[in-house]
Ligand binder design. Structure first.
Ligand code: ADP
Ligand code: ZN
Length: 720
């Protein structure tokens, strides 16, 4: 009889065995439906074999129900799933689930029904219905998705369907994407670009694993270079994956792609509608999606014929996933390229130290573009010592920065102010008793947002309107804002330069790709004089009239003693500086700081990247930190503080004593309370060669935990 071992989407259960009924064909990678208790579940066949009838008590194995009409997952992808589960100490099922993230949607026919407003009105127009109809203007999606958008139950919408207010639209998820053309609009590369692109293209042609670090200053034409490699991959009839960090801002990139290849790429990210998700997934599996531009989850799609992976802005912190399977997409991209035997390009103007070290040790090939394309010069960078050049009382912008902004405004040029803090003020207190507004679910202050009139937690999303009186002492109208956020800086600009047109650019204001397009269009049209933004504005934008960048508080990221604080500060400021002077006019950058002699700041001002990386490398080597040593974190959490502490202590008491792994803690985690869970942390610091995953698995496997306790493992954690 035939037996199949399935990985099913329940992380608590290991692989399960089933009987393959006569006449059903399955192979490793087949996606199947199987019974589990009274339910039906989707699973991936991990092993399939013919067993002698004697070996298994056949009656005990339940039969598979169905094979889904999608291509079996290829061996290369299954290897990636296994590697990811193993390296990040995650259940195989949890990784497999990411691969079939559209699992439910893969069942059934290729046609799905969406709904949209028909223009008619219901017989009885209740306030709820009216609100729903207003919210759904211009939307088309499944009933479940529309219910989410309108904030009403599916029942309310079904009522509207019955009355003809919402009309069905059939969506064919198998309709083809237009073909991209490698020769649609071919650029003329300069000689440095030509040289570098030739190297990548020969690797594409060779169909071999080849990791590249494409290291070029901002505006040097890295994108143009890798698009030529994409073109060659297209010509060879193979697929390309381009990973991008911030999906909200890819619109400019998509347009660029369309200009180059005559059609936009296939897009993949977590907020796609189910019909889009299903269409993309099927086209990717069928090999019809030629180029996929996606967020990190696009790494786990079932490409039929992958020929190239590009990770753009490869240093970006957002490639590290921090819930569910805690993987680093940059590292997984390299592994996927290895399993697929294809080249991978990590592109950045400020590479991660880990990536530079890999290049140094000869594992990655470093390709350098030293100059900006087309003769544009890198901006001049200067510091403003805030202890000497003080802003006026109650203000945050120093006189010299303001004077420069005034000049830009007079010349019709644009300025950008960077502060990596959303909202109006990071801390709000009562002027009478000093009460501080804290999140009830997290160890964090509530941040005042004036544009939306609320106090919000940036960790769990908790929000509340600003209260009319202090909850502690009852003083009315008592709130004082402490410190600046981007909204407050925008207010200050409006006061100082009343005629300037100011745009605040954060995830609060750029909430959709459409908003991003609108912002880019307005800036390009010269309808904005001053942009005030968070890290959202540090990358990707190319505004030729933008000639001044002001860093409002360069010291912000250096607080907190985070391992990567210096590197991240360097990258952010270098990236945002790279927005200045990209066209014919030269750019200038002013960095406000209280520590102008700090190594990071001094290196930025001197334009001496090597000095910074060298010092940082030495510090990391000394601390046994990545890439020279390895860190891993074990987080023990519970809604009950004592339960979390006791569980962490009990795990701590059974710690192994090893020569090449030091184990620190348990201690309260940096966010000791997060989303209502108390968190304790054990930190492992290991030699590079240590098998830290095996150590953790052996250590944790015998632990019996109370039902409310959760243990999370974070290999190569980013922040601690
Ligand atoms: P990077 O990705 O390194 O920041 P880009 O590829 O975005 O740089 O290039 C910077 C600017 O120069 C863009 O406006 C781009 O269109 C232009 N550019 C770069 N290379 C070429 C080329 N070979 N021909 C025409 N324009 C180019
Ligand atoms: Zn919170």
């Amino acid at each position: 009889m035939n037996r199949a071992r399935l990985v099913i989407f329940n992380a608590a259960l290991g692989p399960l065995d089933y009987r393959v009924p006569d006449g059903m064909h399955v192979e490793p990678g087949s996606v199947v439906v199987a019974p589990l208790g009274p339910r039906q579940i989707v699973g991936i066949v991990w092993e399939a074999e013919r067993l002698p009838a004697s070996e298994v008590p056949e009656a005990k194995l339940r039969p598979l129900i169905d094979v889904l009409p999608v291509p079996p997952l290829r061996a290369e992808l299954r290897r990636l799933i296994e590697w990811t589960a193993d390296y990040y100490c995650a259940p195989l099922a949890a990784v497999a689930r990411m691969v079939l993230s559209s699992g439910g949607a893969l069942r059934g026919p290729a046609t799905m029904t969406e709904y949209r407003l028909s223009g008619g009105l219901p017989e009885r127009l209740t306030p709820q219905r009216l609100a729903a109809i207003e919210a759904l203007e211009g939307e088309q999606a499944t009933i479940r998705e529309l219910a989410g958008i309108a904030g009403v139950s599916e029942g309310v919408l079904r009522g509207l369907v019955n009355q003809g207010v919402l009309e069905p639209v059939l969506v064919d998820c198998d309709r083809p994407y237009p073909s991209a053309r490698a020769d649609f609009s071919v650029p003329v590369l300069n000689s440095a670009q030509e040289e570098v692109s030739k190297i990548i293209i020969s690797a594409v042609e060779a169909r071999q694993f080849a990791p590249f670090l494409l290291d070029g200053v901002t505006g040097s034409g890295k994108t143009e270079v890798y698009l030529e490699a994409v073109a060659r991959t297209l010509e060879m009839g193979r697929q390309t994956l381009v990973l991008l960090p911030e999906i909200a801002l890819t619109e400019a990139f998509l347009r660029r792609f369309e200009d180059r290849f005559g059609t936009p790429p296939v897009v993949w990210h977590s907020s796609l509608k189910s019909t889009e998700r299903r269409r993309a997934w099927r086209a990717i599996a069928a090999g019809e999606a030629q180029v996929v531009v996606g967020a990190r989850s696009a790494l786990f799609l079932p490409y039929k014929n992958l020929g190239l992976i590009v990770v753009d802005e490869a240093h970006e912190v957002s490639f590290k996933q921090d819930d569910g399977v805690r993987y680093n997409a940059r590292d997984v991209a390299v592994m996927r390229a290895r399993f697929e035997s294809i080249p991978v390009v990590l592109a950045s103007a400020t590479p991660a130290l880990e990536s530079l070290q890999m290049a140094e040790s000869g594992v990655y090939q470093r390709l350098v573009l030293e100059d900006r394309y087309g003769g544009a010069r890198l901006p001049t960078i200067d510091t403003i010592d805030l202890t000497e050049e003080k802003p006026e009382r109650g203000r945050w912008l120093a006189p010299r920065l303001v004077a420069q902004m005034e000049e830009r405004l007079a010349r019709g040029e644009q300025s950008l102010l960077f502060l990596n803090r959303r909202g109006y003020a990071p801390l709000t207190l009562c002027r009478n008793c000093g009460f501080r507004f804290q999140c009830p679910n997290c160890t964090a202050w509530l941040v005042e947002h004036r544009l939306s009139r609320r106090l919000a937690c940036h960790h769990c999303g908790h929000e509340t309107p600003p209260p009319p009186a202090c909850p502690e002492c009852g003083e009315p109208d008592c709130l004082v804002a402490c410190g600046p956020g981007v909204e407050r800086i925008a207010d200050e600009v409006a006061e100082i330069l009343p005629e300037a047109r100011v745009a605040v650019v954060t995830s609060d204001t750029i909430t959709s790709p459409e908003k991003a397009v609108e912002f880019v269009a307005r800036t390009e049209a010269g309808a904005i004089d001053v942009i005030v933004g968070t890290q959202l504005v540090t990358k990707g934008f190319h505004f030729p009239e933008l000639t001044l960048v002001g860093v409002v508080d360069a010291d912000l990221g250096l607080e907190g003693g985070d391992l990567r604080a210096a590197e991240r500060t360097y990258q952010q400021i270098a990236q945002v500086a790279g927005r200045a002077g990209r066209g014919a006019k030269p750019g200038e950058v002013l960095i406000q700081t209280r520590h102008p002699t700090a190594l990071v700041i001094a290196a930025l001002a001197a334009g001496d990247r090597d000095a910074f990386y060298q010092a940082e490398t030495d510090a990391r080597r000394h601390a046994g930190a990545p890439p020279f040593g390895r860190w891993a974190a074990i987080i023990v959490s519970s809604e009950d503080e004592a339960e979390a502490r006791e569980a962490a202590n009990r795990i701590g008491d059974t710690r192994p004593h090893l020569e090449d792994v030091a184990i620190l803690g348990p201690a309260p985690a940096p966010l000791a309370l997060l989303r209502g869970r108390y968190r304790y942390r054990l930190l492992l610091n290991a030699r590079r060669s240590a098998q830290v995953q095996d150590v953790i698995r052996e250590w944790l496997a015998p632990q019996r935990l109370a039902p409310g306790v959760r243990v999370t493992i974070d290999i190569d954690p980013y922040s601690f």
